[in-house]
Design a protein around this ligand. Structure first.
Ligand code: PMP
Length: 283
């Protein structure tokens, strides 16, 4: 079952107009919310970011927080798997003709579905992943979680074709993020995170990582991170809602640190699992 424009239906029955602006222009925003043991993780934060993305593209939020929560709960309850990823998408809907400017009357297309949450293969955590780097050639509103992901798709494909799992992006000599993740650096035990701005997505997992660092007394700085600091890091991590936190052990075929998941990663991974458990039990 999926949700489309006020109705629950089978995925095979769901239809959207070819004139939908999401299809024609990538004119829409989305969210991906991890669900553990049928409990959405950081739901309020995801809904807040959805609200910010909608405001950023000047599209009215079709639902209040209570409505979103109810429809997500219904999708989560009827899904088979207890660990899930809920996908939400709102586009500026269809108009009679293809026209860049907004339609006069806007009927947004609202879509939500739940899929099983597949954790990354365990060896990605125990052995680490390889990454490539690329120039960040995206637009200047990377803080909006927009469905127009062509640049991200091309950048991620670059990693896949090099046999790697992620592309680390640099803009003007500074780290921004990954093609579909945020990136953290460890420099001799000190955690570094690029500051949130229009050049990166404000990751929900990014916030969790910094909260866990603060809560466990791991020293960290949020500041601009130089490309050279990434290349010379003792550890490099990627974070996202579906992959949680993973160690990057090589960049452009050169080892990061000693080429193995580092001790600070191991600690953070443990804190993350512990935190997830506590949230699941608290509800
Ligand atoms: N940056 C980009 C470009 C992403 O697509 C994502 C999510 N896949 C992230 C960062 C991580 O965000 P979150 O932790 O909220 O999943």
């Amino acid at each position: 079952m999926i949700y489309l424009n006020g109705e629950f239906m089978l995925l095979s029955e769901a239809k959207v107009s070819v004139m939908d602006r999401g299809f024609l222009f990538g004119d829409g925003v989305y969210e991906v919310i991890p669900v553990y043991s049928r409990r959405p993780f950081r739901l309020a934060e995801h809904l807040r970011r959805l609200g910010a993305s909608l405001a950023g593209i000047r599209l009215a939020n079709p639902h209040g927080e209570a409505e979103w929560t109810a429809l997500i709960e219904r999708l989560v309850d009827q899904a088979e798997s207890s660990d899930q990823q809920v996908y939400l998408q709102v586009t500026r809907g269809a108009d009679g003709k293809r026209n860049h400017a907004f339609p006069r009357v806007i009927r947004p297309t609202v879509f939500a579905m739940s899929e099983p949450l597949l954790p990354p293969p365990p060896e990605q955590r125990t052995q680490g992943i390889a990454a490539v780097s690329a120039a960040d050639n995206r637009w200047l509103r990377c803080d909006l979680k927009a469905v127009s992901l062509l640049a991200n798709c091309l950048l991620r494909q670059g990693a896949v074709e090099a046999g790697c799992a992620e592309t680390v992006l640099f803009r003007d000599g500074f780290l921004t993020e990954g093609a579909a993740s945020n990136i953290f650096v460890v420099q001799d035990g000190l955690l570094l995170a690029p500051q949130k701005n229009h050049l990166m997505l404000p990751g929900i997992t990014y916030d969790v990582i910094l909260e866990l660092a603060a809560g466990h007394g791991l020293e960290y700085r949020v500041r601009d991170v130089l490309e050279q600091e990434v290349r010379r890091a003792s550890e490099l991590w990627m974070t996202s809602s579906t992959k949680e936190v993973l160690p990057i052990v090589s960049l452009d075929q050169r080892p990061i640190g000693d080429g193995k998941p580092g001790p600070v990663f191991e600690e953070m991974y443990g804190w993350y699992q512990e935190f997830k458990q506590s949230v699941m039990h608290r509800g």
